[in-house]
Design a protein around this ligand. Structure first.
Ligand code: PLP
Length: 364
């Protein structure tokens, strides 16, 4: 079976974990935590990194530190993993959903303005499937209406917008290091920011809201969102390989582009986009199955599975699901219906991609 995504771990990760275990610092103190926070923020040339137990906690922590709360609205794309919207709901605020740009699948910046009300406090652009959002028009709307921007870069470590790393545009940017992400800590996340006071606030909220100079004294209600030294030990080793992993993701994308060209020429599929202003990191390589294809997307998934190739459908639009506000957002609905994510693990080679694309072609 070729899985959709699996982590790529080696001796360095193992040695760091052994070192952490031998040091007996296995909870949320220990040298790897600071090293990982510093390494990740330096990679982005951003002042601070506040690591967290996972990416959802990072989003929640970011929004809490910006005092997002009851009565506030936050603009969120409907085509994303549910955690983006859930973090808003955890704050008792309301996610207001925005349609996708049909060409590159992220939040459409030109449908933001019409959603802004006097209650809007923030925008969460999600760099979906490794492709950056169009940040200039998003930042313009934020500036015009005095809104915070929290980037959700869980799927786009190291992606570039007009040559600048994603995660460096917003007030705070959040990442996930879940096992299927470009780099992993098992479970894990981080918030990065240039703002000293937001960093302080996030560190306090992450640690139960405890006063930093008076132990067991709580000025605010916080959370336990700390990363462990064991997670950070893996993260430090993974971070060394991030650029190498991105280069490999782009190589895999180039194989798919070459090998799927005839399906594109026949109008049967659309390839993962990369806009002229973008450097996509292709966290997971995606295609759209057009209506002319012999099988519907879900049948393609079943067929490929029977040939030992695991794939994933796109996310459902959040606005299609019962716990959330239901709104028709047509571009996201069409993308969700047609979108298919193909195996994209770092260890795949030319022959693997060739097998996957041959099987896909055989059911065209
Ligand atoms: C866009 C997006 N945001 C947030 C998350 C949540 O991260 P985690 O699973 O680490 O909580 C994920 C993925 O898992 C994601 O894909």
């Amino acid at each position: 079976m070729i899985p959709v995504l699996e982590p790529f771990l080696g001796e360095d990760e193992l040695n760091n974990v052994v070192e952490a275990v031998k040091s007996s610092w296995i909870s949320s103190q220990g040298k790897f935590i600071g090293d990982f926070e510093e390494g990740f923020s330096n990679y982005h040339r951003v002042k601070h990194g506040v690591s967290t137990s996972n990416g959802t906690a990072a989003l929640h922590l970011a929004l809490k530190s910006l005092d997002i709360g009851k009565g506030d609205e936050v603009l969120v794309p409907t085509l994303t993993f549910a955690a983006t919207a859930n973090a808003v709901i955890y704050c008792n605020a309301e996610p207001v959903f925005v349609d996708s740009h049909p060409e590159y699948w992220c939040m459409d910046p030109y449908s933001l303005e019409e959603k802004v009300t006097s209650r809007t406090k923030a925008i969460i652009p999600v760099h979906l499937y490794g492709h950056p959002c169009d940040m200039d028009p998003i930042m313009d709307v934020a500036e015009d209406h005095d809104l915070y921007v929290v980037e959700d870069a869980a799927e786009a470590h190291g992606a570039l917008y007009k040559g600048k790393k994603v995660g460096t545009f917003g007030d705070i940017s959040c990442y996930s290091f879940y096992g299927n992400k470009i780099i992993t800590t098992g479970e894990g996340g981080i918030c990065i920011t240039n703002d000293d006071s937001l960093e302080d606030k996030m560190r306090i909220l992450r640690d139960h809201g405890m006063n930093t100079s008076k132990r067991y004294w709580h000025d605010v209600i916080g959370f336990n969102y700390r990363m462990t030294n064991l997670q950070a030990a893996i993260g430090v080793a993974q971070l060394q390989k991030l650029d190498q992993f991105i280069a490999k993701k782009r190589k895999i994308a180039s194989y798919y582009q070459q090998m799927l060209k005839d399906l594109v020429d026949d109008g049967l599929i659309i390839l993962h986009p990369e806009m002229s202003w973008a450097n996509c990191v292709y966290w997971i390589y995606c295609i759209l199955i057009e209506d002319k294809f012999n099988l519907k997307r879900d049948n393609v998934i079943t067929e490929l599975l029977s040939r030992k190739i695991d794939t994933r459908p796109f996310f459902y639009p959040i606005t299609d699901m019962d716990p959330y506000q239901k709104v028709p957002l047509p571009h996201a609905e069409e993308l969700s219906r047609k979108g298919l994510s193909l195996p994209s693990s770092i260890n795949l080679d030319y022959e693997d991609i060739s097998k996957i694309t041959d099987e896909l072609k055989s059911i065209r």
